[in-house]
Design a protein around this ligand. Sequence first.
Ligand code: DGJ
Length: 743
Amino acid sequence: MMSIIFNEENKTFHLYNDTISYIMTVLPNGTMGQLYFGKRIRPRGEYAHLIEMQPRAMGSYVYEGIRTLSLEHMKCEYGTYGSTDYRFPAVEILQENGSRISEFCYTSHTITPGKPKLAGLPATYTEDDSEAETLTLVLTDRVSGVQLELLYTIFAHGGILARSARFSNIGNQTLHLLKAMSLCLDLPDCDYDFMHFSGAWSRERHVKVRHLESGIQSVGSMRGHSSHEHNPFVILKRPTADEFQGEVLGFSLIYSGNFLAQAEVDTHDTTRILMGIHPEWFDWKLVPGETFQTPEAVMVYTDRGINDMSQTFHELYRSRLARGYWRDRPRPILINNWEATYFDFTEEKLLTIAKTAKECGIELFVLDDGWFGQRRNDRAGLGDWKVNTDLLPDGITGIAEKIEALGMKFGLWFEPEMVNKDSDLYRAHPDWILSVPERNHSHGRYQHVLDFSRKEIVDCIYDMMADVLGTAKVSYVKWDMNRSITECWSHALSPDRQGEVFHRYILGVYDLYERLTSAFPEILFESCASGGARFDPGLLYYAPQCWTSDDTDAIERLKIQYGTSYCYPVSSMGAHVSVSPNHQVFRTTPLHTRANVACFGTFGYELDLSRLSEDELCQVKKQVAFMKEYRALLQFGTFYRLESPFGGNITAWMSVSDNADRAVVGWYRTLNAVNAPYSRLRLKGLDPDRLYKVRVDDRLIGEFYGDELMYAGLVTSDGSSGEILDGQKPSCDFDSRLFILEG
Ligand code: DGJ
């Protein structure tokens, strides 16, 4: 159970549940100070000793004669710059007289059961008020007339705290909000490793670790989307912590646009974490009576290692961020035509692939890019969401019916936010793209970004999409987004509001998602942005799964899926078996390894199945049958990372069912070894007293108790540790095995 206690006498708040405590107090100058965030400590009235007020030489002090009150040395709850605190601030407000100083003093607070919605923004939620409690701190800056509400939701279970900030202009000045972070957290020391998940197109979310040092370290995006390059998720872990023990803090921003995640270590070795909308180019005009709500950030604390932190995020994001019909349902096994045909398809070709897929047991056929307008390559057509009847003579309605007649569901690709100059939409509305008058229009993949900050544009795209989705039998939508934003300027906003466009754009994206998912609640939405450029919690609120990467090579995917799993659940990761040699890295890998990697995701195929040999088709049938039997466990079980592809030649992970009666272990070896050491893999999360039958494919390899498998380990040595015995399969590069445990 959780609780929020307010001590009236010393104006101290203590939020706690079984796992964590979060304590803050009103400082002598009326602003809020941060006292503690970590493992739960017992509630008691007095924590004044945690406010360290040691006088120091050469300080700047708030009041004359009091050498103990310097915000520079305080752990502040929501830091401001300019009045003795010299660290990067959480907030910056430009006032009419040019000053940017603010002093937010405690005014009042409310404690309410459950969790309020954040207007127009994705956020975690409760289904029942008993699941969480919310503290709203009301602070006021007297001079600018801004009321700041800091929202804190503590959940009943797990070390989770959700935070956001809301600014209301209750005065009479016209203000500009130049910085409005979702969270600020001052920690008393800096003995942490900073982990982030960074990369590029086709190598998203690789794990990066560095020790915190004096100064600032940050990741962020200024590309208009959360990006391939960095992810709005960072970890601070104690250097001695690992996957299974030690203190770990995770910080995740539920947002899909420009973001900043920053750790600043000051000269006294305290750490300030800031997370929120990237302040670069952010300038939100706040006129009297207006309110600005920041996105939500989620902090997770555990002292049980990184896996435990990940599992906390998985559970929260799977069940209290993702929503709708598909949230708890095992996901359909799909075939996507992109890597099978690219733009070069006919209806006949698509139906041939679909028929073979149906024979293999595949449930959903997805028609990717190229079905609309004059789209025969990437130079034309985006924006014209009307079927090309030269390609599909009976329209989307016709092909959807033909697929349904085969006994499969039908899915369709859109890229709603984009337009090619060679399109009817652009010809009719050249001022609908983000662009600056008289300046060059930079492009990405020959496409331009529609100004989703404008409601009439979002309405127009909604109408076109709803027309298709409302008339044809479409069960799945892949929503793509294939470029970063440039020349971010709206033809509809006044010059003093141009700093709002990046954020208004994302609000437009959320609005379209909200409208479509409400109008078509049973359609499964998968988000995508050239693979994983928008693999973020913001979109998980609308689309419970996301195309993890355009890189479909199984060996590259080990790193990508492993890195993604630090924050995001298996049920959110789109993962497909593609052709070999692979189209991104031209690597040849065995079919079983491609499936063994993809099955830890929302599984599908993306190749021309009609070109496979009989033997390969037979393997595909078996893989599909396996997935149907185990997908609930793989997608919704408790996921453990066991061995990291960033560390060596072996990768391993596993999913365990809720009552630990079943588990699937994925074991992958990048390069084959000769006369290799004997090897064992220590499993996790099993019932120590349960006897498990362990199989690889249909071969029973033994019966072992959970304690043996967890503490002594599962023997994984094979022929490459010596000689190949009769009946053993010779191993090869890029080999893998799935161990199936049933108890
Ligand atoms: C990028 C996506 O990530 C691919 O899967 C595919 O849909 C292409 N776009 C289509 O243009």
